[in-house]
Design a protein around this ligand. Structure first.
Ligand code: HEM
Length: 408
């Protein structure tokens, strides 16, 4: 079947209603049972589980079409996307394993893959739990779960994972926030300038740290990557961009996952009480938190050749939107998809994608979630929302900006 005419749907991911609750809009997209054109991004959105999964797994779906462009076309494309005045950001953030395809992607992913195994991540467990305990100890009375707690968690875990000294970890959050401002829907020149400045600051920091680690290697990812840079397995730019990707991919997403997880526990108090009473449910509860409200609900691919997704013909160069957040609520894939059920098994959600770019950091995200939710439930038998959470706007990120709670 050919794609329908490019007329699009009444779909407004920039609206306040969508930020509050995107799921009715996703349900409406799924009901059309066809790819839907979304003009502002010049993209065909896939919203049903079967379609999103098929597109993510299809080897013809790529993250970029660079290999189809001449150098001039590529330069023109970058000018159009306004990259030309962001040399550091363009060099280290806009090119990374996440945006690479084929052999380059496989090589970069293979270099770090073993670092992310459950066994490696487990080594961080005690340190993260102790640190999270210290954060809880500082709290009293009502507090904002996002600003006062969740926002401080991923920096330490990612910093230790990379090999950043503990005393430098708190600044990682600010750097990550600044650098990803470039991707915001309401990007301004001032935000772009901030993203560029901070990328340069982070680059300078990593360069200094690398000089030190080269002289005094440690048992950490930075030291191991430097050794591979020295043997020519990756370039300096690839080394820096891999470190930056790990920081950015894991930071805001984990904060949002914590916020979404608590929002779900507050909306479904029976599930919270069940989890409080039976902590063996923690792994399936965390898995359900990712499904129920995916922190990164949208990514794109391109059709590198004419391709077919469940009967729909997508011509070469078509830009495809993978709505992971919608796929995770598809009733054809999950019974009672809009119900938060911490015992749900199997739970093959797409919050961490599928296929070659499947999230490397999912075990680290789980470790952070477990540290926070087990201690939250240990310390406070009663948790009440003070106000309704206000969610970030847009299609790419899903998470509360603040989540004030009263605890006893
Ligand atoms: C709840 C938290 C997280 C969520 C929801 C999440 C989600 C995702 C998704 C959906 C992708 C694939 C993007 C695509 O389809 O193109 C991805 C890739 C990636 N994630 Fe995560 N992520 C999380 C946490 C982390 C953490 C903690 C780290 C590392 C410290 C991390 C590192 C990565 C990396 C390196 C990639 C790129 C993999 C590749 O391109 O091969 N993520 N993540």
């Amino acid at each position: 079947m050919h794609l329908p005419p490019k007329q699009g749907a009444a779909f407004d991911p920039l609206s306040e209603a969508f930020a509050r609750d995107p799921y009715p809009a996703y349900a409406a997209l799924r009901a059309t049972a066809q790819p839907v054109y979304y003009a502002p991004f010049d993209i065909w959105l896939l919203s049903r589980y079967a379609d999103v999964q098929a597109a993510a797994l299809n080897p013809l779906s790529l993250r970029s079409l660079d290999h189809l462009m001449s150098a001039d076309e590529m330069a023109e494309e970058r000018r159009a996307q306004n990259w030309h005045d962001m040399p550091f950001h363009a060099r280290f953030v806009q090119f990374s394993m996440l945006n690479a395809d084929g052999e380059v992607h496989q090589r970069l992913r293979k270099l770090v893959f073993r670092e992310f195994t459950p066994g490696q991540i487990e080594r961080l467990k005690t340190g993260v739990a102790t640190y999270v305990g210290g954060l809880f100890d500082r709290l009293g009375g009502p507090f904002d779960f996002i600003e006062d707690l969740a926002a401080h968690v991923p920096g330490l875990a990612i910093g230790r994972f990379l090999g950043v000294p503990d005393e430098d970890c708190p600044q990682l959050r600010g750097w990550s926030d600044d650098i990803v401002q470039y991707f915001d829907i309401d990007r301004t020149d001032a935000r772009k300038a901030l993203a560029e400045r901070t990328t340069k600051t982070f680059y300078d920091y990593l360069t200094d740290l690398s000089k030190h680690r080269r002289r005094h290697p440690k048992d950490d990812l930075i030291s191991r990557l430097i050794a591979r840079w020295d043997t020519g397995e990756l370039s300096e730019d690839e080394y820096i961009s891999t470190c930056m990707l790990i920081l950015m991919a894991g930071h805001g997403s984990t904060i949002d996952a914590l916020g979404n997880g608590l929002t779900a526990l507050l909306r479904f108090p029976d599930q919270r009480l069940m989890l409080s009473a039976d902590r063996t449910l923690m792994p399936t509860a965390i898995q359900e938190m990712f499904r129920y409200d995916a922190p990164l609900p949208f990514f794109h691919r391109y059709a590198s050749e004419d391709m077919e997704i469940n009967g729909w013909e997508l011509p070469k160069s078509t830009k495809i939107g993978l709505l992971y957040g919608s796929a995770n609520r598809d009733p054809e894939a999950f019974a009672d998809a809009d119900t938060f059920d911490i015992t749900r098994t199997p739970n093959r959600h797409l919050a961490f994608a599928a296929g070659p770019h499947f999230c490397l950091g999912n075990h680290l995200a789980r470790l952070n979630m477990e540290a926070v939710f087990s201690q939250l439930l240990d310390r406070y038998p009663r948790i009440e929302p003070v106000t309704e959470p206000v969610f970030k706007p847009g299609l790419s990120l899903r998470g509360p900006k603040s989540l004030p709670i009263a605890v006893r």
